[in-house]
Write a protein that binds this ligand. Structure first.
Ligand SMILES: Nc1ncnc2c1ncn2[C@@H]1O[C@H](COP(=O)(O)OP(=O)(O)O)[C@@H](O)[C@H]1O
Ligand SMILES: [Mg+2]
Length: 220
């Protein structure tokens, strides 16, 4: 499956979730590839500091010609290819062409919600003719569990007409601490609350994958 973490606004948690999901998928024994399309190269930098438990991470910055085909080719033979992206509309267009599932992380703030609306609309509009089955969903991220706005976030997003995943990722320093030493919360402490959020998110992704099938098989 080609899974993209995308958004037209930065700082929403794309890299944090891309790295965490890819590492957890690999820990589950899935053949996993992480592709970093962000010229900043944060996911790639993480992989360089990570230990042998990290998934293979390739750096392919930007939306160069042939990028969609290149990624499709690299994804071949992997169970899960996670694509981390910058806030660049051209890269979002590449994602819309090839991703089977695009997740848009969204923090509990109006600016994030508005950007999520833009991202979802752009993504669905840009979906390639061959990629009409692509799913797009918003993932509430960095949610402060005890805050009113955090608790209301999923419903507020649905009120904007957005498709929202059932699971949310709470704001926890474990994600930041793990990233700082080339790990992830679920590799560091598999029984932690931060790890549970990532596991539930990966469960939801795999359930969607099972339900909609693998696009690569449909297109060949
Ligand atoms: N669930 C979370 N809990 C705590 N901190 C988070 C969480 N998600 C993201 N962050 C922090 O928020 C900042 C932006 O996240 P990042 O993944 O770099 O966003 P993006 O890649 O979308 O720009 C980083 O400092 C990251 O550590
Ligand atoms: Mg990033």
């Amino acid at each position: 499956m080609l899974l993209a973490l995308a958004g037209l606004k930065g700082g929403t948690g794309r890299t944090t979730l891309a790295v965490a999901l890819a590492a957890e998928a690999r820990a589950r024994g899935r053949r996993t590839l992480l592709v970093d399309l962000d010229p900043r190269g944060d996911a790639h930098a993480w992989s360089l500091s990570a230990n042998s438990q990290a998934p293979t991470t390739l750096r392919l910055p930007g939306a160069s010609p042939g990028q969609a085909e290149r990624i499709r080719g690299l994804a071949f033979g992997h169970d899960l290819t996670v694509i981390d992206t910058p806030s660049d509309p051209e890269v979002l267009a590449v994602v819309a062409e090839i991703a089977e599932l695009t997740l848009v992380p969204c923090r509990p703030s109006p600016m994030d919600a508005w950007a999520a609306v833009d991202t979802v609309e752009t993504c669905l509009r840009g979906r390639g003719a061959l990629n009409f089955r692509m799913q797009v969903a918003v993932v509430p991220n960095a949610v402060e569990l005890r805050s009113t706005i955090g608790a209301a976030l999923p419903n507020d997003l649905r009120a904007l007409g957005l498709p929202v995943l059932e699971c949310a990722v709470a704001r926890r320093v474990a994600h930041q601490e793990a990233m700082a030493h080339g790990s992830t919360a679920s590799l560091d402490a598999p029984a932690s609350a931060a790890a549970r959020d990532i596991n539930e998110l990966l469960d939801a992704i795999e359930a969607l994958q099972a339900r909609y099938g693998d696009m690569r098989h449909l297109h060949h």
